[in-house]
Each structure stands twice: as structure tokens, then as C-alpha cells.
Write a protein that binds this ligand. Sequence first.
Ligand code: AKB
Length: 316
Amino acid sequence: MEKILVTGAVGQIGSELTMALRERFGSNNVVAGGRKTKPSPELRDSGPFEIVDCTDAAAVAKTVEKHKIDAIYHLAAILSAVAEANPQLAWKVNIDGLYNVLEVAREHKCAVFVPSSIGAFGPSTPPDGTPQDTIQRPNTMYGVTKVAGELLCDYYHKRFGVDTRGVRYPGIISNVTLPGGGTTDYAVEIFYEAIKQGKYTCCLKAGTKLDMMYMPDAIKAAIDLMEADPARLKHRNAFNVTAMSFDPEEIAAEVKKLVPNFTMTYDVDPVRQAIADSWPNYMDDGAAREEWGWNPEYDLTTMAKDMIEVLSKKLA
Ligand code: AKB
């Protein structure tokens, strides 16, 4: 049975992906790797947990050797808004950390899943129906690290034969672990605040359209791509994947259908707004659909309904 390491396992995507992989491959075959944040009891008690800081190459190598790892899902990363506040840290984690993981993967013949992001695009990218292969000149440190990461993964596949694969995630909406410092976090916070307060102050302007996806689809994307027939993959890394595109007004209207007293006001954060303005309105994910059968399940309506149902119980 394949042995898997998830880095960033305590984060928004990592915490749910680790549990999904444990379900699929057996709890003892999936090692959750976290830096220092305390794992949830569920994550800690359902399988192996290791402290792994991806900026420490020796620690990554030690964990891979100890557990005889075959595949790494490398989710440890700094998100866009935090990256703008601390670009040096973003470079260290997103680039040095990725390099360490790729080097260990090369030496130990591991497959590697690396998420890129809509942040890999910039203001000169065509914003509507953004093609798979297009102009990428991001003007944020997050974007710089994401484009460099995409290229590094392509290089390690071509030059060393490492089985690297990855997607460009949009904003991910989820109800288990909160996102930590992204531009799209508002689309998660709105649900928590709608249930807790019946109101929300949005940090992005009305009209700011962005690609989004519900967590079950984000997990499906990672696992389906890693299991895809390599002979069908013309691309390997950085597949555009999306499930829905909306602006703050549209998601607020959907929330209001489920929480009738809900109201939203705006207090625009210029840093997050500038980042969002440089990202696509919606991507074309045709290559992912054609090369490995990408087909998301949730749209805005079904995602919002599920979020409100789950969070109403969780926050009761
Ligand atoms: C962020 O907002 O930084 C992330 C992303 C879209 O990559 N959620």
C-alpha cells in the first residue's frame, strides 16, 4: 500500500485532505506533517503525526525515510495576504520549502502533489475565461512564488523524472479549519458571521468576481489528479480548476436565502482588493476536464446550503 506524507496537514486544505486520504488508503499509511500548530484531536489520534517544517530539508528527509513515503502532498504554504505583509517569509516557505520537498522527492523517488493558485496570474492575464496556457506576470510575492513553483515542478519532472502534479486552486470554501491569511477568505468568513451575528463586513468591493470551490471538490481534484493515467496528461502541474465564480453581492444574496435576516456592509481592505483585482474573474478549466476528467460537484447554491447546514450544527 502506498505511504503518503501531507505537509501543512494542520491547515485549511491539509486537515481535510489528510482525513480523506486516511479513509482511502488506511489511517496508518498517511502521515500528517505539521509545523507547530497543534493538530486537532481527530487528526492526531487517527494516524501518524510528525512535526515537519518544510524549510528544514533534513526534517523532511528524515520523515520520508522513517515512514518510507511514496507520495507527498505538499500543502505547507503562505497565503496571499500574509505573503504581501511578509514577502521574505513567503519566499522562504513557498520557494525554499518547495525546493526541499522536490529534492527529497528526487532522492527518494516520491510522487509530489503541489497546489498552485489563481494567484499565479496577474493584471496582464486575460481575466475572463483565463486559458490554461497564458500570460503570467503576477505583481504579488504570492504570485511570484506560485509561478516559480509551477516552473520548478515542471523542471523536476522533465529533468529528473519526478512525478510532479498540481492544480491552480481558486478560493477554497470550507467548514473544518479556517483559512489563514488569503484574499478569498471572505467567502468562508461570511458563513461563520451570518450564523453567529446575522451580518458581515466584507473586505472586497462589490463586483470583485473570483473563482471559488467547495472543499469536497478541492480534495477530489488532488486525489483524482494523483490517480490519473500519466499517459493522458499533456500538462502535469498547474491545471486550472474551478467550480464557481461569484462576487460578494452574489454570495451575500445566496446566504440571505438561507439566513433571511442577513445583511452585509463593506470595509474594503486596499491590500486584499489590489490582489483580487489582479486575479482572473473566471478561469477556463478545459484542460483538466479533458486530461483527467475534472468535474466539480458543487456550485454556489449547493455549496451555500451545505455550509449553512454544517456550520449551524457546529456553531450551535
Ligand atoms: C488566497 O486567497 O491566498 C488563496 C488562493 C486563492 O490561493 N485562497
